[in-house]
Each structure stands twice: as C-alpha cells, then as structure tokens.
Write a protein that binds this ligand. Sequence first.
Ligand SMILES: Nc1ncnc2c1ncn2[C@@H]1O[C@H](COP(=O)(O)OP(=O)(O)OP(=O)(O)O)[C@@H](O)[C@H]1O
Ligand SMILES: O=C([O-])CC(=O)C(=O)O
Ligand SMILES: [Ca+2]
Ligand SMILES: [Mn+2]
Length: 663
Amino acid sequence: MIINDREMAANGNGAATARKQKGLLPSITTSDKHHDVCHDMSAPTVKAQTIDELHSLQKKKSAPTTPIKGIQGAFAALSEEERSKQQLQSISASLASLTRETGPKVVRGYPASKSQTSPRVHQQHVAEPAISASDSSLKFTHVLYNLSPAELYEQAIHYEKGSFITSTGALATLSGAKTGRAPRDKRVVKDDVTREELWWGKGSPNIEMDEHTFMVNRERAVDYLNSLDKVFVNDQFLNWDPENRIKVRIVSARAYHSLFMHNMCIRPTPEELEDFGTPDFTIYNAGQFPCNRYTHYMTSSTSIDLNLARREMVILGTQYAGEMKKGLFSVMHYLMPKRQILSLHSGCNMGKDGDVALFFGLSGTGKTTLSTDPNRYLIGDDEHCWTETGVSNIEGGCYAKCIDLSREKEPDIWNAIKFGTVLENVVFEEHTRVVDYADKSVTENTRASYPIEYIPNAKIPCVGPHPKNVILLACDAFGVLPPVSKLNLAQTMYHFISGYTALVAGTEEGVKEPKATFSACFGAAFIMMHPTKYAAMLAEKMQKHGATGWLVNTGWSGGSYGSGSRIKLAYTRKIIDAIHSGSLLKAEYKKTEVFGLEIPTEVEGVPSEILDPVNTWSNKLGYEDTLMKLAGLFRNNFEIFTDHKIGKDNELTEEILAAGPNF
Ligand SMILES: Nc1ncnc2c1ncn2[C@@H]1O[C@H](COP(=O)(O)OP(=O)(O)OP(=O)(O)O)[C@@H](O)[C@H]1O
Ligand SMILES: O=C([O-])CC(=O)C(=O)O
Ligand SMILES: [Ca+2]
Ligand SMILES: [Mn+2]
C-alpha cells in the first residue's frame, strides 16, 4: 500500500502509520526515560468519577467580585438566599397577570442544566395551587437573568432559527418579517397628564391610545411571555451621567433581544446588579406574538405601546430590536427635559484637547460613521443628554448600519464586528460564514450592535464637557445642499426644527429608495413634546456655551439620486476634520442663493469645485429647478411651526422664521 506524504506528516511517524495499517492500536510508551517528551500516561487523570461530574468541572462558578458588604451596607443583613428571593419577587411582580400572580424562579444559565438542581420549586407550585388556578398559573417559567454574551450565543444558536456565528465571531441573526422600525404602530397612552404635556396631532409621532387598551395589550404580552418555558430578563442602566441614570428592565423571549440590549444599554457591574431593586422602566417584548385585531385602536398586527404613567412599554408583532432601543429613547425624551436636560438624537465625540462635537441627523445620515473617528474619543453614536455640566451618552453601545461596510473606509466599525456583536439580517457565505456586506437580500437596513468599548478610543465613562461644534447632517438626495455650510444660531435652529434629510432606504419600513423627509429635531419619531421645546433648550445651550452650528450634506453631489453620486466619505471626513481643528471657522466664505448658506471656498483635502453644488451639475437648469423644489418643500414643512414661539425670546423666533430659504 502506498502512503502519501501528507498522511505521513499527519501521523507523525512511519512506525505508527504502519501499525495503524495493520489494524493495531498505537503503542503506549511506558518508559520514563525521555523526560522532554509528553507521554500518554504522564498527565494526571481528571478528578471526576462520572461523565456528568466531568462536565460539571468545565464551568467554573464565578467568585463574587466584591465580598458581601459589611453591616453598614444597605443590604447588609441580607443573606444571598434572601437577596435572590427579593430579586425573584421583583421579576415576578413584573410578570404578574390574571392567570399568574406568582412569578417564576430566577435561574442563571439553562433550564436544562438547572432543572435537576431545583425540583423543589416545581413541587411547591404543585403543592400550593392558587385558588381558582388555571393551568397557566401552575406552569413554571425559567427566567434567564442577565446572561453573559457567551450564554446568550448558546441560547440563540440552540433555540433560535437563523442564528449563526460569523467568521469574525459575531452572532448573525434575523429580526423576522420586520427589518426596520414601524413608526406608524407606535402608540402612547393619552391620560390627563400626557394630554397636556405631550405633542399630539399633525406631525407628532405620538399616536394616542387609552389606558385600558394599553392594559389589554400588556396582558396579551405578559401572558404570551408566561406561556414560554423561559424568558430573558435584562436589568441595566441608561445614561452615563450618574445623577440622571435610569434603571431599565427588559423582559423578552429571544436571546437575540437580550444580547442586543446587553450591548445597547449600560451594563451594570455585579455590585450594581445586587443593589438594582425596582426598575424605573420596564419593556415587555412579546414581538413574535401579534396584537389582536379586535382590540380597539389596532390597525395592524404590530403595536409598540408606551405608558408613561406606568413606566412601561409593550411590544407586539415586531421582532426588530431597534424598537426597544428607540422606545427607551422616547422615554428619555420625556423624562430628561422635565429635569431641564436636553435629550438629543446625535452622535458625540471629543478631541485630544477636550473639544466636543455633536452630530445630529436622521437615520443613515452618518452619526455613527462620523462620530467613530480614529483621531477622536467616541462618547456615543446616537443618543445623548446635554446638562448644566456637559454631555453624557444615554447608551452603552453603538448601532451601525453595515450595508456596503468596508474595512478600508470604516476600520473601527469593521473591527468591532467580533464575538459579542449582534449582526442583524446580513447574508454570509454558507460554509466559511464570511459576511457579504454588499448583499441586500434580506434588507438594506443591515445592522451591527456592539458594546461601545469595542471601539478602541471610546471614552469611558461616556461623558464630556459642553460641545464646541454642533454638526447637522443631512443626506440630501436632491444634491443641491452644499457639502458644508457654516450656520448662525437662527439658521441652526431653523435646520434643527426642520430636520431635513433624504431618508435612506430600509430603517423605516416600506422605504425602498431615498426620499425627502422632514423630521423635527432630527428625531420626530422619538420626541415626546413639541419640537420648539427642544429647540429652545438647544438655542439656549448653544448661546451660553458659544457652540458653532454647521450643516453637512452627506448625500448627493453632481445631480439628484439616480444621476449624481453620494459625496465620498473621505471628503466628508476631511470637512469634519476641518470643523474640529477650527480651521474651517477661519476660512473664507460666500453666501448661496435661496438658502442663504455660508459656504467655504476651500477645505483642505477636498476639491474646491464640489464646495458649491452648482459647479457639480452639468445640467444647470436642472440644478435651479431642483433647488427651488427643495426650498418649497422646506417652506411647506415649516408652516406648522410659524405660529409657535421658540423660547421666551420673540426676537429669536423671528430670526428663525427668517432663516429659511428666501425666494
Ligand atoms: N459621505 C458620507 N458621509 C457619511 N456616511 C456616508 C457617506 N457616504 C456613505 N456613507 C454611508 O452612510 C451610512 C451612514 O450610516 P450611519 O450608521 O452613520 O447612520 P446614523 O446616522 O448613525 O443612523 P441611525 O440613527 O439609523 O443609526 C453608512 O453606511 C456610511 O458608510
Ligand atoms: O432605530 C433604528 O432602527 C436605528 C436608528 O438608530 C434610527 O432609526 O435612528
Ligand atoms: Ca447609528
Ligand atoms: Mn438613531
């Protein structure tokens, strides 16, 4: 028989190969002459007596990171058993319903591996049935409480179809039928308080529902969750500002949702978790289960319901994880302004000298891409607060669009897609699990969610001083806005309230190609009060701290969508660099027609001819027409704001109204 070289090499030596060929087992060397060689018998045997015991050795019980507190601590008198009981009671209370008033047992890890060690709980339930018990009240639901990413990976891969590990270690998952948010299904309970406090009617994102209907949907979600063998519970924080930190609890049915929120919210330390207590806000995510069409107010099988009085949110009929992230953001848009804190749909980063920049913009305009800058510290990519002392990130993670992601153009985001990162709706090569970021087969809105510390120059804790630059990003599909303009305060407010962009396909459902959109405060889908309330706060803060406003078009040049092309990311980065460095403030400017924008004549690293969009259009008449068309859209949109006063200052209001296009 012929043995090829490769086989020889693989078997290590010719003699062993020969023995194997004769059907003999490899010999065991018992001699201890060669001490430099590791022999079969030289390793000590494992301590386990059985296979089960051996497997139990694989998982180390983690030691508490701090010793149990001394007598002076608030929970000092509590035994570990007592504390876990209190935690259980808190979660049980969250999951109470008519059919199930007693709650499930808190288990860390898998139901399968733990059920043998906790049979007492089953017996207790059987032995003491509640009066008028239904089958559902007898049922046992495991609560998988604040699992680690590794445990969540295992849960997802084991139980959730469509979960895979990609070649770089991320968890690829599918969000189901919905691959974007459903703003038309977002409802808010209108009660005596919110009737007065919130923004209702034309332009408002708040679709009203009554308290009773909320409770119908809440019970539907809770019953659904209780009907499962297990639910995931995340107890986490929002806001890096310690004085304005909010405790959130997320109850969900999927490991995908639990890992997503683990990444997006601020992760408590084990000590913080011990003292967590009652959450300030709770999400019930029963997204796999639809709402009932016979329920009043329901217009589709999806409903995302917010009840500010109860401090609860219910999700039915959509598994898109962004609903949880943005639902909590809406809550912050209510809670923070009540404390005179401005909540912002913006990215934020800081230079070496402590200069902070905010990046406002609608979905897909570049907040994540441009705030993630290798030369600056990342404070956050999407949601911030501006207080009396400075800025703070609301979240603990980033949510990057990854359609056409490239290592070369966005290296930090590329490298963040590793173990622990949730990769939504991407397509990968079946065998190698290499992701094809150009593939839009599932959706255009492919996303990566990762903890902020996956970005090497993240600033932790994610807080910073008052902003120096306020950059408004617009992805102008018409291709008529200049790549960069310097704004005065009134213009900044005008464009902030307008919130213009061409909505990039996918993030909101049903949008298939870029389309002009106006979304007040660059986040009308999330604000809770009238836009002028946030605008007045922004004006006051920018004035007080001397921040400069900028309008940056990250969209089209040389023509509208279809004929022109998107401004090169490399050029936009150069523009942003010039804003940060202060060099753009000192540049020479000229004023554009119609919009009256101040545009620089030169920016280092950017071809000067693109700075005035008229130069990039070969069809000059087409340019004029398009410019007028966009100006008209701005004017129409602003009509609903013309009889609103912005702040206490009449003069500013008039200036803002005059800061729009002139034609
Ligand atoms: N000139 C440009 N400037 C900024 N981004 C660009 C540019 N050209 C292309 N892009 C792409 O546009 C997308 C911007 O998406 P990004 O994730 O930054 O959106 P976002 O503002 O954070 O939105 P969301 O609020 O939905 O998270 C990225 O995919 C980026 O690669
Ligand atoms: O919520 C989402 O799906 C993504 C996001 O950040 C936005 O739309 O602003
Ligand atoms: Ca983003
Ligand atoms: Mn966003």
